[in-house]
Design a protein around this ligand. Structure first.
Ligand code: GLU
Length: 283
C-alpha cells in the first residue's frame, strides 16, 4: 500500500488550523463559512468512528477584534486579555456549529508545564483519553491568558505536534496558508520546487525552514512546521502540511489523495516528550 493510501486507515488524527485560515484577510473577522466547513469535516471524521482533535488558534485575533484593537503589536498583558476574550468567543462559535451536527466539543488549554510536570501530563493524558472515549472532539489551544515566556510553546504548530505525541495520534495535519514544503521560499524564488514526501528530516532540510516567518496573523512559519514534524514523526505519527484555503481538503487528504507535503513517521524509542519540551528554548 502506498503512503497516501495508508492515511485511510489512520484512527487518531490531530488537525491544526492557524489564525490566518479562520479569518477574512481584509477585515480580520471570523470566516464563518470556513469554520462551518471545518467543523463539518471534523464531524464527518468522527462519524467514521475515528478520534479527532482540533488545535485551533485565533484566540488573540478574535479577542483583539472584539475590543476594536487594530493590527499593531500590543504589550503582552493586552494580548493575554485579548486571548481571554477571544478564546471564549471562539469556543462559543465552535460549540454552536458542532452542536448543529450533533457532536460535542470540549476545550483544553495547555502550557509547557502541562507536559513537563509529570502529574499535569498524566492528568492531561487521561482527560484526552476520556474525551475521546466519550466521542467528544477536544479543541486545544495554548493557555495564552496565563502563559508567559518561560511556560509558553509560542506557536500552535509545535503545540499540535506535542498533542499528537501526548495522545499517540497516528496522523497530524497542519493546515495553513501554504501548500506544503518547497525547496526555497516560492514567493522569492520562482525555481523553488514543491516537496511531496519527506522520508527523513535531515539537518539540511531543517536548515531550509530557518528564517521563515509565515503570515502576519499566526506565529508559525516553515521553521515551526519542521520542528513540529520532528516531534510528530519521532513520536510515531505521520504528518501532512496542506493549504487550508478550502477546508474540504481534509476529506481529500483522508481519502488518500496526493495533497500537501507528507512527512513519514520514524518512531524514535529515545524520544521523551517531557524532556524535549523542557529543553525547548524560551520564545
Ligand atoms: N495561541 C495563539 C492564539 O490562539 C496562536 C498561536 C499561533 O498562531 O500559532 O491566538
Amino acid at each position: 500500500m502506498n503512503l497516501r493510501e495508508c492515511i485511510k486507515d489512520k484512527q487518531r488524527i490531530v488537525i491544526k488550523v492557524g489564525s490566518s485560515s479562520l479569518q477574512h484577510k481584509e477585515t480580520g473577522g471570523l470566516d464563518y463559512i470556513k469554520l462551518e466547513v471545518l467543523v463539518r469535516e471534523l464531524c464527518n471524521i468522527r462519524n467514521q468512528g475515528k478520534d479527532v482533535v482540533l488545535v485551533s488558534s485565533g484566540a488573540i485575533a478574535v479577542g483583539k477584534r472584539a475590543v476594536h484593537l487594530g493590527k499593531d503589536d500590543n504589550p503582552i498583558a493586552v494580548k493575554q486579555a485579548c486571548a481571554a476574550i477571544g478564546q471564549a468567543r471562539l469556543m462559543m462559535t465552535y460549540q454552536k456549529i458542532f452542536s448543529e451536527y450533533n457532536h460535542v466539543a470540549a476545550q483544553i488549554l495547555m502550557t509547557k508545564n502541562t507536559i513537563v510536570d509529570p502529574l499535569n501530563r498524566f492528568n492531561a493524558h487521561n482527560t484526552f483519553s476520556e474525551l475521546l472515549k466519550l466521542g467528544v472532539v477536544p479543541i486545544v489551544n495554548e493557555n495564552d491568558t496565563v502563559a508567559t515566556y518561560e511556560i509558553k510553546f509560542g506557536d500552535n504548530d509545535t503545540l499540535s505536534a506535542i498533542v499528537a505525541a501526548l495522545i499517540d495520534a497516528d496522523l497530524l495535519i497542519l493546515l495553513s496558508d501554504i501548500d506544503g514544503l518547497y525547496t526555497d521560499d516560492p514567493n522569492q524564488n520562482p525555481n523553488a520546487e514543491f516537496v511531496s514526501v519527506v522520508d527523513e528530516l535531515t539537518d539540511e532540510l531543517m536548515d531550509m525552514g530557518k528564517g521563515t516567518t509565515g503570515s502576519s496573523v499566526g506565529t508559525g512559519g516553515m521553521n515551526t512546521k519542521l520542528q513540529a514534524a520532528k516531534i510528530a514523526t519521532s513520536a510515531g505519527a505521520d504528518m501532512i502540511i496542506a493549504n487550508a484555503d478550502d477546508m474540504r481538503i481534509i476529506h481529500r487528504i483522508m481519502d488518500g489523495r496526493d495533497i500537501g507535503t507528507f512527512f513519514k513517521s520514524h518512531k524514535d524509542e529515545n524520544f521523551y516528550l517531557a524532556d524535549y519540551v523542557a529543553a525547548m528554548e524560551h520564545v
